[in-house]
Design a protein around this ligand. Structure first.
Ligand code: ADP
Ligand code: ZN
Length: 630
């Protein structure tokens, strides 16, 4: 189907908007036919409309927001070839394999292809049988490749991971900079840029560097309601990690460690306990890393224990938990790493175990940095630490950090909102004592010093300054300095206090002054050692997604998926996602038509796997006396 500007003949008589509606309707049909989905995720329709209208766009959606479909679905339907620029071979391979599984004509051109594979891809471009072609940026802008593209009709160009063009992003790639020539060379072809990186600076940089023409900017919500965040003080690493793992038997997950030697030791400890885990860090050879990664993606092991070297280019959709055994150095890092969980929209647990020592390690590593960069890095570190110690809903804090707001007060998916942590019954009173001490100290001191004054320390520095004579000295004498320091961090996290300057001097915010007048609801957590409250209520996302699912059948289907994927040599989640398996184990279809109703089952997958899936469901239901076609 041709785009608006290129209408000819009878089509010109049709009102343009009517034409667009037809196109979008057809894209909806393609969505069902190839992907087995019956509706768009938020902003997918708008993103697709931009392409259909011939408009440039910058689309910012969080991980799992469904960015790929924004360009894959229109590519299938529009006339001509869609070019997708992607930074990593692993990403291209994953997407091309997924598209091929769905029955979409897609190929990639990268340095890993054999000459035969390469020639075949070029031949498919020339004979116009291809809908999507994935290429790396440096190849795309080479003269030879551009001349090849001059000879074919292009529907549009999608720039995936578009933050790579910006120096302000977290993954700048100089070769992305050259993509600016695309708009000059193929002026009429719309360009869509897709990223999960949220900052305004990166967004405008993307538009500028790519020379986009009045681009439509679409920005999704960065909340990931299906991620259940939990934060604990680290006391016994192995025990705490195992407590998470037992909740996720046979499920895939990632455990992040700060250092390589922690990766090695934790992985060995887990294997000794019988967990199926493999290590991944930059100190291993490329083959060893590849081996670990392959076994994880093909579900031959459940858990990968890794440094942050692991993750880029991994699109595995059914990661059910991400555990951090140490605190990352910024919320950006945390969001990115924890965000690898639950791409399929199903519930996933993100547990973080931190200690004050982690803060110290990062801070000392920053000592070598240039003053300006160090200041920024320290600010980010402090925000991360506040997240850990804070008594505020985790979803709220993360979202606020990225400049967005969560509408509901109770997210229903973090340790605080689920009631797993106890707060002090007299939080307001304790907060007032702390805030008034900060005020008495003339807002000149940091958290550690203030905590010392509050617990009544007779440290030399305190006596010299005669702070032992303050009315607030010893006001929280029945608590430990550690607990008081944690509460100070919590007040920072809740925006009653701010840390300013190089020395993180505490200042009262406007909200902090209100608390001194008895207004506001600060929430302080009971000291960690005493917080043995155990699990609170179950997150609603987790409850809903398992509602009515026969778990035995789900397991049987998972096993079947693993076998089929193994035979084809593709990742298990590309055969069917967890969401599709759960729906099958819930509805238990008995006919090919009913199977096609399952979200994530398109026509090709039904043809390919329908028979064996239906047989497995049938056998299980007969054996266990279960009803079918619910
Ligand atoms: P992103 O690249 O933004 O992280 P993906 O494109 O990998 O997200 O999509 C995340 C998950 O959502 C995938 O499992 C994908 O199949 C699924 N998905 C995408 N679009 C839809 C849709 N319209 N309905 C249901 N699931 C969808
Ligand atoms: Zn919450």
């Amino acid at each position: 189907m041709k785009r608006g500007v290129a209408l000819e003949g009878w089509r010109e008589n049709l009102h343009l908007s009517a034409w667009w509606i037809v196109v979008i309707e057809n894209i909806e049909k393609a969505l069902a036919k190839y992907w087995g989905y019956d509706s768009f995720l938020p902003l997918q329709r708008q993103a697709i409309e931009c392409i259909v209208h011939g408009r440039d766009s910058v689309v910012v959606l969080p991980t799992g927001g469904g960015k790929s479909l924004c360009f894959q679905a229109p590519a299938v339907l529009l006339d001509g070839l869609t070019i997708v620029v992607s930074p990593l071979i692993a990403l291209m391979k994953d997407q091309v394999d997924a598209l091929t599984e769905c029955g979409v004509a897609a190929a990639r051109i990268d340095s890993s292809l054999t000459p035969d594979e390469y020639n075949e891809a070029i031949a498919r471009v020339r004979d116009k049988t291809l809908k999507l072609l994935y290429v790396a940026p440096e190849r795309l802008v080479s003269n030879g490749f551009l001349s090849l593209l001059d000879k074919v009709e292009l529907s549009f160009i999608a720039v995936d991971e578009a933050h790579c063009v910006s120096m302000w992003g977290h993954d700048f790639r100089p070769e992305y900079r050259q993509l600016g020539i695309l708009k000059q060379r193929f002026g009429k072809v719309p360009v869509g840029a897709y990223t999960a990186t949220a900052t305004a600076k990166v967004r405008s940089d993307i538009a500028e560097q790519l020379h986009l023409h009045e681009p439509e900017t679409l920005i999704g919500s960065f909340d990931r309601p299906n991620l259940i965040y939990k934060v604990h003080h680290r006391t016994d690493r192995l025990k705490q990690v195992c407590e998470v793992l037992v909740r996720h038997r046979n499920e895939s997950g990632v455990i992040y460690c700060i250092r390589r030697k922690d990766v090695e030791s934790l992985c060995a400890e887990l294997c000794a306990k019988g967990y199926r885990a493999a290590p991944y860090h930059a100190g291993m050879s490329a083959e060893q890393r590849q081996h670990s990664q392959d076994r994880f993606i093909k579900e031959k092991i459940d858990t990968i224990v890794a440094t942050i070297a692991f993750g880029m280019g991994i699109d595995k959709s059914n990661v059910r938990y991400v555990i951090h055994t140490g605190m990352p150095k910024s919320l950006e890092h945390y969001q990115q790493e924890s965000g690898r969980a639950g791409r399929d929209g199903l519930e996933a647990e993100c547990a973080l175990f931190y200690s004050g020592g982690d803060y110290g390690i990062w801070k000392s590593l920053m000592r070598e940095m240039e003053p300006e960069a160090r200041q920024i890095a320290l600010g980010k570190l402090n925000e991360m630490y506040s997240y850990c110690t804070g008594g505020t809903c985790r979803h709220h804090v993360l979202l606020r950090y990225f400049g967005q707001d969560l509408e509901k007060a109770d997210c229903g998916a973090c340790d605080l909102c689920l009631g797993e942590l106890d707060s002090l019954p007299n939080s307001l009173e304790v907060a007032q004592k702390i805030l008034s001490c900060v005020a008495r100290l003339g807002e000149q001191f940091g958290g550690s010093y203030t905590a010392q004054v509050l617990v009544g320390s007779r440290d030399q520095r305190i006596l010299e300054r005669r702070h032992d004579e303050l009315s607030t000295h010893g006001l929280l004498g029945e608590h430990t300095k550690h607990a008081v320091h944690d509460w100070i961090e919590q007040l920072v996290g809740q925006n009653y206090l701010a840390k300013v300057g190089e020395y993180n001097v505490l200042r009262l915010t406007a909200a902090g002054w209100q608390v001194l007048k008895g207004q506001g609801q600060p929430r302080l957590l009971k000291p960690v050692q005493k917080t043995a409250k155990g699990p609170g209520r179950v997150a609603k996302v987790a409850q809903d997604s398992w509602e009515g699912v026969d778990e035995g059948l789900f397991e049987a289907l998972r096993e079947l998926r693993r076998t089929m994927a193994g035979r084809k040599g593709i990742p298990a989640y590309l055969v069917f996602g967890d969401r599709a398996l759960r729906e099958m184990a819930r509805n238990r279809p008995s006919t090919p038509e009913a199977l096609l109703e399952v979200k994530g089952v398109g026509e090709k997958k039904r043809r390919q796997y329908g028979k064996i899936v239906l047989a497995t469901i049938q056998d299980h239901c007969v054996a266990h006396g279960l009803d079918m076609d619910l």
